[in-house]
Ligand binder design. Sequence first.
Ligand SMILES: C[C@](O)(C(=O)O)[C@H](CC(=O)O)C(=O)O
Ligand SMILES: [Mg+2]
Length: 299
Amino acid sequence: MLYSSVPAHEKRAAFRARLASGELIRMPGAFNPLSARLIERKGFEGVYISGAVLSADLGLPDIGLTTQTEVAARSAQITRMTDLPALVDADTGFGEPMNVARTVQALEDAGVAGLHIEDQVNPKRCGHLDGKQVVDEDTALKRIRAAVDARRDGNLLIMARTDIRAVEGLAAAIDRAKALVDAGADALFPEAMADLSEFEAIRAAVDVPVLANMTEFGKSDLFTVDQLRDVGVNIVIWPVSLLRLAMGAAERGLDQLVDSGTLKPMLDDMQHRADLYDLIDYEGYNAFDTSVYNFDVRK
Ligand SMILES: C[C@](O)(C(=O)O)[C@H](CC(=O)O)C(=O)O
Ligand SMILES: [Mg+2]
């Protein structure tokens, strides 16, 4: 009820321990706070909080228009709903290194277990689109150093994302990855890898956990969890997938409504009211006040 009772520092410690055990951590993107709870119910090891989803949700392109305050507020709403560790997309850190430091503390206060900061030039764009630009190495490393120095909980995972692969190639990505790890990054997010061998090459170059981004309609093929585990990937995200599924279903539902004037044929595609209430834990609230849940929803 009112959800997660696990303190953020415990989620972070559990996340670190799981990573250290070598287990692959699967993190679907929670497209809203409630979906984080569904992700937990289905047995995943973590939830991802995507910048692309947050901006799309607000009807904005993913070009750095969302603010640090909006990302922190959304993170707090999502971490509240789950006992799982959450990894949040902090884009470029929202400014200069001092802004990065403030971002890290705001996200730490929001209860996340980890965050990633990328080396794109601001205004940034989706890492799977053409025409990206990256900052020079010195600027990229300053962002990571500022992030590492700013955290108060040593278990907050600072992940460095590099977008350099699509701009300067794999060799540059390997060099940048090593430099980011030397600067203190706890984990690495090599963006827009072309194939499995590229993940393998990054894996061999650094000794920190490596993330694979299985976003659809992008530059990477959609590998399976087993394929990614086999090349040594440690964390997999499907950042926008639940939003894409939900919006696809919403579109089909609206078409049906336009065509036939009723949604009755689609009831089986919907989450039942009873399942929704179960996920929200109406019953738990009822333990507080027995007048909350004194009706039947399975009629
Ligand atoms: C991971 C990502 O940064 C995100 O915001 O979720 C995006 C995902 C996407 O736009 O498909 C990305 O830049 O890859
Ligand atoms: Mg993003």
